[in-house]
Design a protein around this ligand. Structure first.
Ligand code: BMA
Length: 326
């Protein structure tokens, strides 16, 4: 079966940044089915000759749930109106849990979903699927409170690895990216700090409050490329931007390069207006191996799902040209 072509738009004339937005943005909006107030911070992967994804959907209860979606072109999506249900679960779950900010990582043909689960407080829920119909839930990875759990897409040194951000029970005013490893995707240890939030020490001013992993890391000759979110505290609240860093391929807790300059910050009307103004929140990226084209999926203003584009060469050059020195 042929892999589907990823969405793509040429860089518009006059675009100065390393990443440009899709003219079709927002690609998924409230109202994609009846009663949807927001669909954002969601993750997609190639699935046979099309794409599948797990989406954060909010209805009039504003209680976030995960929904499955399918697309033949990566830009036009059908989102299932019912939240996804787990075919197998672990015991002793609260009666109703919130679930948000999913990531999907394909390892050896199996799609692993990680998300922020309301498991006696926010922490990293885990499930796997092979068909995006039956989801098998396994134990949560960490103790509460934790968010933004993102797996590496292959084993390194025989282990699975997950980036995460220890946090608090609210709108966490701090946060650094850690990595943990596991022999079996159940038992996690060997915890290491990867990157601290920005600020004066690191000169990454736009992420001076907190940072969190975003898209599944992309393997490149220069290291694992991570597209992450960084948060800056402004006088009227938090602002969420997207940045890039490269982690060592064999020792993924070591940062090789970290771009001082952000890749994308809220500027478009759909990023500066919505349920939470001033948020771009990447959760997935598709790469075309032949051309190095990258399609980045991000949530905008906690309301819609959007697409942005670049190439691996451009993002890597941007990251190395003005990097924090470690
Ligand atoms: C974070 C998460 C994200 C959200 C962001 C901005 O703490 O809850 O889901 O996009 O805040 O509101």
């Amino acid at each position: 079966m042929n892999a589907p072509a990823i969405p793509w738009t040429l860089r518009p004339d006059g675009e100065a940044g390393p990443v440009w937005r899709s003219p079709a943005n927002p690609i998924i909006r409230p109202g994609c089915f009846e009663g949807v107030l927001g669909v954002f911070n969601s993750a997609v992967v190639p699935f046979g000759n099309r794409f599948a994804g797990v989406f954060r959907v909010e209805t009039h209860r504003r209680f976030p749930k995960l929904h499955t979606g399918f697309s033949s072109d990566g830009a036009n999506w059908h989102i299932e109106p019912e939240p996804l249900r787990f075919a197998t679960d672990v015991a002793d779950r609260p009666a109703e849990e919130y679930a948000y900010d999913p990531r999907v990582t394909t390892i050896d043909g199996r799609h692993h979903v990680t998300w922020c689960a309301g498991d006696t407080g926010p922490t990293i829920g885990m499930a796997w699927t092979e068909d995006f119909q039956a989801y098998h839930r396994t134990e949560s990875a960490f103790l509460p409170f934790n968010r933004n759990g993102v797996l590496l897409p292959r084993r390194v040194d025989g282990h699975y690895w997950m980036l995460s951000r220890p946090s608090d029970d609210g709108h966490t005013p701090f946060g650094d990216i850690y990595i943990s490893r596991s022999p079996d995707l159940t038992h996690w240890g060997h915890h290491r700090l990867v990157m601290k939030s920005g600020g004066l020490e690191h000169g990454v001013w736009w992420s001076s409050t907190k940072i969190g992993a975003g898209a599944v890391p992309i393997e490149t000759p220069e290291g694992w490329l991570i597209l992450y979110h960084g948060v800056m505290g402004l006088c009227n609240g938090f602002e969420y931007s997207m940045g890039a860093a490269l982690l060592d391929l064999e020792q993924p807790w070591r940062v090789r390069y970290r771009a001082r300059r952000l890749l994308l910050t809220p500027q478009a009307p759909y990023e500066t207006t919505g349920h939470v103004a001033g948020v771009v929140f990447p959760c997935a990226a598709l790469v075309d191996d032949a051309t190095g084209r990258v399609a980045i999926y991000y949530g905008a203003a906690d309301t819609t799902t959007c697409l942005a584009f670049s190439t691996l060469d451009e993002i890597i050059a941007w990251t190395k040209d003005d990097s924090v020195v470690y």
